[in-house]
Ligand binder design. Sequence first.
Ligand SMILES: [Fe+2]
Ligand SMILES: [Fe+2]
Length: 255
Amino acid sequence: MEPAETTVVRGIKLRGGPAREACFVVAQVHTEMRSAADMSDKSQRDMMHRECNQEILSLEIAAQSLVDFPNTPWELRMHLARQCWDEARHAQLRFRRLKELGGFKGEFPIINQEWAVVCMLDSLPARLAVQNRTFEAGSLDGLSSASRSWRDIGDTQTAEMIESILVDEIQHVRFANDWLKRMTKENPRILLDVASAIRRVESIIEALSPRLGNMSLDGVELAKIKRDVAANVDDRRAAGFTDEEIAEILRKESR
Ligand SMILES: [Fe+2]
Ligand SMILES: [Fe+2]
């Protein structure tokens, strides 16, 4: 990767960009963001605003993989292209809801960390393992708990929107699981590549994570925020995780 395409955050080389309009303040680390740890009106808009950006990042990551790996089998390229279409629709849904809640583009800082980390990986199996099979699989858990939170405050409209997005996300995780199995069966060395990519990403995330005493813009200690997210067993199973993998996720959760 050319130096012009990279950036350095806390001493770690990451992919630079993606481009954003001038109205956005782009944070590099979470201390430059609000916490959005409650369901106040402002946090509701902040969540919708940052999730809208997350959808755009998922779109950009899938699109960049189409550009970076042109020799990928056609069927897999079609899955990535369909993912771009889904993520664009998700971003539109979030943006529309943000405006209905009284928010606007650029109202809160955004962070492009997923793009910066995932797009440094130099193989498609590594990107699928990290982006789809790890981050988006995590969103299956996050989205189901988010829909409960919105329902709890009586906002059925947002809860239903999130549930419709969740259905698409299952497919994004599923095709990655299917193709990773297929590719590693054909070439077992890919497993090594994927395992080292996951280790590398874990250490980067650790280095970028809030440390004790780090405060958000709204004065909340970031390392102490407890988000009530439980493993979404049914949807993970539908997304191609095996019973053993789900048992391992539940073991980690109980720790
Ligand atoms: Fe999405
Ligand atoms: Fe997705």
